[in-house]
Write a protein that binds this ligand. Structure first.
Ligand code: UDP
Length: 311
């Protein structure tokens, strides 16, 4: 296949480029480098099946070549990033998704949309199944991301139903691993950076909010399976092992031997209290479930961040 990866220089996009190339496909990565970084794809520079185009997909996308598939991953994805880039976040989820779907329609390519557990908002159903419609505050600080992704799902379904474009939608839950930006503000880079510097970890609120963390190679495998599947409706991909943020902080301090301990800071507005994917559907239709345990994944991630601390 010849595949376009929007957000191809980002954390997930660049890992997807690696996987697609390893499977023998040809990859065009597109990124405006607002939160992506060419460091993430520098190792692919000499590969004849890989090319990079610097482009903001909220503007018309021109590609001369044929395409078989589009992995649409362009978007700020950290709460800190989308608070700083609210208009860009709304534009890439709406205009950017419209443009990506336009390319899919014109090229008769399959499009896989990167959606998010944020479509469930601060969920009232736990764990979250794909049938749950969510509990989102449209005008809160996270609304710029949540509603952009909800719009993206809606327009993707509209292109599927009204234009016959083959589409897939993955709802991605918290994912971590090498190539996350050290300063992206999410809990994994924050805690690991603080731990490696011997500083206290900043737990927001009382730390009793829960998350479940998926290692990037597991996520990429689920997405690749979904791309090749026949499933037209949204599918959760994430790790169902749930823990409180306080437990997570304690785990990171233990793994790094950090003497700095923990300090408490205010909980950001609309921070979801509980989050865990129900992955029954992914197990059934994709034969997928996570393989990498938390400690193994965190050790890889800590190793990566320890080489990047001074950058
Ligand atoms: N969090 C925290 N300390 C930090 C960064 C985040 O306690 O330094 C918490 C945050 O309040 C949230 C959870 O960790 O409850 C996960 O936050 P993240 O920004 O990674 O993403 P989210 O899951 O909220 O989208």
């Amino acid at each position: 296949m010849r595949v376009l990866v929007t957000g191809g220089a980002g954390f997930l996009g660049s890992h997807l480029c690696d996987r697609l190339l390893a499977e023998g496909h040809t990859v065009v990565a597109m990124d405006n480098l607002v939160t992506g970084n060419t460091d993430n794809i520098a190792h692919l520079a000499g590969n004849p099946r890989f090319s990079f185009v610097k482009h903001d997909i909220t503007n018309y996308i021109y590609l001369a070549s044929d395409l078989d598939a589009i992995l649409h991953f362009a978007s700020p994805a950290s709460p800190v990033d989308y608070l700083e880039l609210p208009i860009q976040t709304l534009k890439v989820g709406s205009l950017g998704t419209h443009n990506a779907l336009g390319v899919a329609k014109a090229k008769k390519a399959r499009l896989l949309l990167a959606s998010t557990s944020e479509v469930y908002g601060d969920p009232l159903v736990h764990p979250q199944t794909e049938e749950y419609w969510g509990n989102v505050n449209p005008i809160g600080p996270r609304g710029v991301y949540d509603e952009a992704k909800r719009f993206a799902e809606a327009i993707t379904m509209a292109y599927q139903r009204y234009h016959g474009v083959e589409t897939r939608i993955v709802r991605i839950f918290n994912t971590y691993g090498p190539r996350m930006r050290l300063n992206d503000g999410r809990v994994v880079p924050n805690f690991i950076k603080q731990a490696l510097n011997g500083e206290p970890l900043t737990v927001y609120g009382a730390g009793n909010q829960t998350r479940s963390f998926c290692y990037v190679s597991d996520l990429v495998d689920g997405i690749y399976r979904l791309l090749l599947s026949d499933e037209p409706l949204p599918t959760n991909i994430g790790n169902p092992t749930e823990m409180t943020i306080l437990q997570f902080a304690e785990r990171i301090n233990a793994l790094t031997g950090n003497p700095g301990g923990i300090i408490y800071e205010p909980l950001p507005k609309d921070d979801p209290q509980q989050r865990r994917p129900d992955i029954t559907k992914a197990r059934r239709i994709l034969g997928w479930e996570p393989q990498v345990g938390l400690d193994a994944g965190l050790e890889e991630t800590i190793r990566y961040f320890s080489t990047r601390l001074d950058k």
